[in-house]
Design a protein around this ligand. Structure first.
Ligand code: ADP
Ligand code: MG
Length: 235
């Protein structure tokens, strides 16, 4: 009898947990492949954050998205997970297919680390192109034909000039991360120039903590019918 009660209690707890998970929109219900779900688990993410929950379904549909949420809200995984899902889905070796632009070396390195962790159970190849590191090492990374490039705009532009055969024509997924800082640091013209080198059919995502009007204008020009996902923002 006691045993029965115990099992009943355990089941009730499980059902309660399950309901909570469903309400929060768990990662399991978002259509990710098992390899991606495994990496999410390994990273220790149990439930998507609010920006992930709102932005990822739109991104998974192939829409252009402007995502705004405060620092620390989990924006990186919000664009990295759908990217991995998509690149895995139809695997073609046609040069870089995804580009993530970050305003600083530190941010690019950190984002690259997150990409590596979340893509650990796939065979997707990555390169990180930032200033301050030797060009030669990055040439080697590029020679391995990466699917994903994480870069600062200046260093990527530089590589495009230096490396024969490196092109952005096959890029189908482009992220401009920390777009407000890109603006503040005067990189937006360079970012626009890089976007022009990609196919107009690409999916473009812009993430930012704030959305000044200059940035809204940029989004109108560089994105196609962007969906705005806005959460508790700074300022
Ligand atoms: P943002 O880019 O919005 O400033 P980050 O993407 O850098 O935020 O994420 C902030 C922290 O939250 C990181 O340490 C990241 O690993 C963690 N994080 C992201 N998504 C989740 C999640 N679903 N569950 C738990 N932690 C998460
Ligand atoms: Mg970020």
């Amino acid at each position: 009898q006691d045993e029965e009660k115990k099992i009943g209690g355990r089941r009730a707890k499980k059902i309660k947990e399950h309901k909570k998970k469903m309400k929060a929109g768990s990662f399991d219900t978002m259509g990710f492949a098992p390899d991606v779900l495994r990496a999410i688990k390994r990273k220790g993410y149990r439930l998507p954050t609010p920006i992930q929950r709102k932005a990822m379904p739109l991104i998974m549909q192939g829409l252009d998205v402007v995502g705004m949420a405060r620092t620390g809200s989990g924006k990186t995984a919000a664009f990295v997970l759908p990217m991995i899902h998509r690149l895995k889905e139809h695997s073609i070796k046609a040069g870089a297919r995804a580009v993530i632009l970050a305003p600083t070396r530190e941010l690019a390195l950190q984002t690259h680390k997150t990409v590596r962790e979340l893509a650990r159970f796939t065979d997707l190849r990555t390169a990180c192109l930032v200033g301050g590191d030797a060009m030669e090492l990055q040439f080697e990374e590029l020679a391995a034909n990466p699917d994903i490039i994480v870069a600062t705009p200046g260093r990527l532009a530089h590589h495009l000039e230096e490396v024969d055969g490196l092109s952005l024509r096959a890029v189908e997924y482009c992220v401009v991360d920390e777009a407000d800082r890109m603006f503040e640091m005067g990189f937006i013209a360079q970012v626009s120039e890089l976007l022009r080198k990609m196919s107009p059919a690409r999916q473009t995502l812009l993430f930012s903590a704030t959305l000044p009007s200059s940035l809204a204008e940029f989004a109108q020009a560089g994105l196609t019918a962007p969906q705005l996902v806005q959460l508790d923002t700074e300022r």
